[in-house]
Design a binder for this molecule. Sequence first.
Ligand SMILES: NC(=O)C1=CN([C@@H]2O[C@H](COP(=O)(O)OP(=O)(O)OC[C@H]3O[C@@H](n4cnc5c(N)ncnc54)[C@H](OP(=O)(O)O)[C@@H]3O)[C@@H](O)[C@H]2O)[C@@H](O)CC1
Ligand SMILES: Nc1ncnc2c1ncn2[C@@H]1O[C@H](COP(=O)(O)OP(=O)(O)O)[C@@H](O)[C@H]1O
Ligand SMILES: [K+]
Length: 490
Amino acid sequence: MRTAYTSEAIRTAEAPLLADGVPLMRRAARAIAERAAAVVSERRAAGVNAEVLVLVGGGNNGGDGLWAAYELADFGLAPRVLLAHEHPHAEGLAAARGAGVKIDQLADVDDVAAYAGRFGIWLDALAGIGLSGPLSEPLAGLIDALAAERERAETFVLAVDCPSGLSDDPGASLAIRADETITFAALTPALLLPPACRLIGRVRVENLGIELVGAPAAIELGAVELRASFPRARHLDHKYTRGVVGIDAGSETYPGAGLLATRAALAAGPGMVRFLGEEGVARLIIPAMPEVVTAPGRIQAALIGSGTEGGPRIAAALADFLARDIPVVADAGALTCVSEAARDRGALILTPHLGELATLLGCERADVEADPVRYARQAAERFDAVVVAKGPETVIVEASEPIVTIPPASPYLATAGSGDVLAGVLAATLAQFAARAEAGETVPALSYQAGIAAQLHASAVAHCPSAPGPIRALDLAAGIALALGATMEP
Ligand SMILES: NC(=O)C1=CN([C@@H]2O[C@H](COP(=O)(O)OP(=O)(O)OC[C@H]3O[C@@H](n4cnc5c(N)ncnc54)[C@H](OP(=O)(O)O)[C@@H]3O)[C@@H](O)[C@H]2O)[C@@H](O)CC1
Ligand SMILES: Nc1ncnc2c1ncn2[C@@H]1O[C@H](COP(=O)(O)OP(=O)(O)O)[C@@H](O)[C@H]1O
Ligand SMILES: [K+]
């Protein structure tokens, strides 16, 4: 599991070490310089430009850059430094100067893109976790110009701590895209969450002996957590202790969604799946999946709305599920039925894709795509819900819990019906955790449970016969059971 901490938490954690005189900056600079030297060797071997430019800002991030320049000079690599601030880190500057590093001032450079374009490798040490507020000039203009130049010239960018401009806010977008980021102490939220996480390249965390305390701001779940956390059947279980899930999905217009969600729910291994939706859909489900029960009865979690267009019947059924005080997944059409008012009820889990999230909040899809975490937070607050925002990355927001993210499994998941499969898996997973909670076990937060379900959905991709090529939602549903089985292999 990868974790991210706010820059404030990182500062708090590093404070005692700094007070004890631990040379964190020198350690950071050494790690950067070693990696930069390796990149120089790789590029030289490939016969491409391996000249190094260190972009230096005014804070300690610039200090890291200056000390890295000092180390690189020591390795005999003759880096160049561009000072983008009038008051750079004094000791670092003196050290770099003392090592014979050539240093230019931004104010003396006419065309910064042309200047920087002469170098094949940039170390981006303009700003790190010390950024406050939106980027101001001259840093904003500099980053903008260099971001464009970097794409044109195919420069190798090694970001120091983070691509300058990104630290806590994953919605920040003004940054020089990095091929590689070496970060210190811990990841910050922007390095883990979309869309900023797409700008950091390969990331390495150099802990430097800094111990983070308290809950992280964000976590990324993967196959390890799926294996460790997914509830397994126990010897003395009977079907009702394994978790029963109720599904109201599919309609005359979209019956397939009901079938897919139900098939996926079955594959995720609950004790029972009750199909409680339209009769016409039930008539299709039963011959294909005779395990499914259509009789009403007790359930521990529910799914409503996949393959429906909402409307009064869905609204009433949603209210009915919520009144049972169980976790209820509202997908697709049911998202049009959620209201801000109803707060005295079971947990509500919303599963919008980014377009649905925009509709839910009455804003533009492009804005949501540019900052899904922010809008998922808004929706979570407004509807007192857990929000599973589905894009290339899945982002899950629950009040007072770390944000949960699942990295993209395959762009072929963007196929009709794949969301219906997720909805079924999710409800079935919540039912199994709820059954454990009923038995007195401690279970993780709903956002973590939902993350485990999203990871199961992601893991199913590799079990589709056509993977890594295009996948069918029906294969994905079958892949769920195989992925779950694989987690049980010793
Ligand atoms: N944490 C660790 O474990 C370790 C941390 N270390 C390193 O320290 C870094 C943190 O250093 P930090 O605190 O000095 O801040 P930093 O990122 O250089 O930013 C300040 C600069 O940004 C500028 N600036 C700010 N806001 C701005 C805006 N809105 N718009 C424009 N400019 C803005 C600000 O300009 P000013 O306001 O001063 O004019 C100043 O120049 C950290 O990221 C890591 O690299 C390692 O050495 C060792 C271990
Ligand atoms: N580019 C992508 N890369 C990886 N996963 C994606 C990508 N685009 C969408 N997904 C995933 O595919 C699923 C699509 O869900 P959704 O849009 O609701 O599909 P549908 O409604 O057609 O069933 C979600 O789980 C989403 O996270
Ligand atoms: K940086």
